[in-house]
Design a protein around this ligand. Structure first.
Ligand SMILES: NC(=O)C1=CN([C@@H]2O[C@H](COP(=O)(O)OP(=O)(O)OC[C@H]3O[C@@H](n4cnc5c(N)ncnc54)[C@H](OP(=O)(O)O)[C@@H]3O)[C@@H](O)[C@H]2O)C=CC1
Ligand SMILES: C[C@H]1O[C@H](OP(=O)(O)OP(=O)(O)OC[C@H]2O[C@@H](n3cnc4c(=O)[nH]c(N)nc43)[C@H](O)[C@@H]2O)[C@@H](O)[C@@H](O)C1=O
Length: 323
């Protein structure tokens, strides 16, 4: 067995015709990765919608890999949602995610994929982790209860990549993004994350001339936001430049309170009424700023400010979601 921290020396950028399976290509993250890969000149992307290939079905995933034999896999398919969805559908969040990632990681290995990147989330860390959160805070304390089922699945994904690297010297890496936003986000009123939920609510209130908008929780939790185009840039960067055993944090390094975020979204959307806080809704984890210095030391930094990213996302929302 070789050194599990080395993995493959194959360059991702050297062959733009290499077959790449981007799982979850219609989602927020997958669609940004596809945009980035196409922009870089990659020509051989293999893509399947959920309807065409349900990744929870082991036999179908197995046949897909046996037929398509991709060289690279970027796993951005998952059951995803905000605090309410995570808290309401714990069985879906743990079982669907465990199934998708187990099927895709194992079939990728067995069908000769050269390198796979698995995406987790900053919710893998303990609720009261040191801030900013270093990668080695993983499994040092209890999880935030509103998303522990999803977090346990994501931790299992990291460990599965590590186990396959250790046992088979296979190049599977994991990236842990912070809270993301951008084009193709989920703008569902209840099941989405805070940023798209507020953008929609403020927009609808502005259109209707409402006097106030309800925002969940106390407004005091702190969150770190990253535009999904920055994440896609980090993903291709890691595909080229990182082949290690440890998972890698991917954040903007900047945090805002939910109250500050709400004021910013309100301003970008142009809603002029007031905010009302519904404290019967959960705050979730009080703070989760990640320490992304490991990735920065390899040479990657984010480029899009929160305000610029919000303006860009609101333009997209007006063109694509608003009726
Ligand atoms: N959004 C965020 O703030 C964050 C996301 N992440 C991670 O990034 C990754 C992508 O998330 P995001 O883009 O936001 O999620 P989305 O919900 O926007 O997209 C998820 C994608 O997964 C696909 N999918 C879901 N279930 C299945 C299935 N059973 N079979 C096949 N495809 C399926 C969906 O396909 P279809 O469209 O065809 O239904 C969709 O394209 C996830 O691993 C998530 O944990 C990490 C941190 C933060
Ligand atoms: C990315 C991450 O996303 C989830 O964790 P979260 O960071 O808590 O995500 P959230 O965006 O849903 O909420 C952030 C904060 O914002 C507040 N908040 C206000 N008003 C609304 C609102 O209208 N909708 C939502 N969803 N939240 C609101 C809300 O009460 C909370 O204090 C994980 O489950 C997990 O999926 C994960 O990994």
């Amino acid at each position: 067995m070789g050194d599990p921290s080395n993995g493959s020396a194959l360059s991702f950028f050297s062959d733009k015709s290499a077959k790449i399976f981007v799982a979850g290509h219609r989602g927020l993250v997958g669609s940004a990765i596809v945009r980035k890969l196409r922009h870089l000149g990659f020509t051989n992307l293999v893509l399947r919608t959920h309807l065409e290939l349900d990744l929870t079905r082991q036999n179908d995933v197995e046949s897909f890999f046996a037929t398509e034999k991709p060289r690279f896999v970027i796993l951005a398919a998952a059951k995803v949602g905000g605090i309410h969805a995570n808290n309401t559908y714990p069985a879906d969040f743990i079982s669907i995610n465990l199934q998708i990632q187990t099927n895709v990681i194992d079939s990728s290995y067995r069908h000769g994929v050269s390198k796979l990147l698995f995406l987790g989330s900053s919710c893998i860390y303990p609720k009261f982790a040191p801030q900013p959160i270093p990668e080695d805070a993983l499994l040092t304390g209890p999880l935030e209860p509103t998303n522990e089922w999803y977090a346990v699945a994501k931790i299992a994904g990291i460990k599965m990549c590590q186990a396959y690297r250790i046992q088979y010297n296979w190049d599977a890496i994991s990236g842990m993004p912070t809270n993301l936003y951008g084009p193709n986000d989920n703008f569902h009123p209840e099941n989405s994350h805070v940023l798209p939920a507020l953008m929609r609510r403020f927009h609808e209130a502005k259109v209707k001339g409402a006097k106030e908008v309800v925002v969940w929780g106390t407004g005091s939790p702190l969150r770190e936001f990253l535009h999904v185009d920055d994440l896609a840039d980090a993903v291709v960067f890691m595909m080229e430049s990182y082949s290690g055993l440890g998972h890698m944090n991917v954040g903007s390094g900047k945090e805002v309170s939910i109250k500050e975020l709400a004021e910013l979204v309100k301003d970008v959307v142009g809603f002029e009424g007031k905010l009302v806080w519904d404290t019967s809704k959960p705050d979730g984890t009080p703070r989760k700023l990640m320490d992304s210095s490991k990735l920065a030391a390899l040479g990657w930094t984010p480029k899009i400010s929160l305000r610029d990213g919000l303006v860009d996302t609101y333009k997209w929302y007006l063109q694509h979601v608003e009726q």
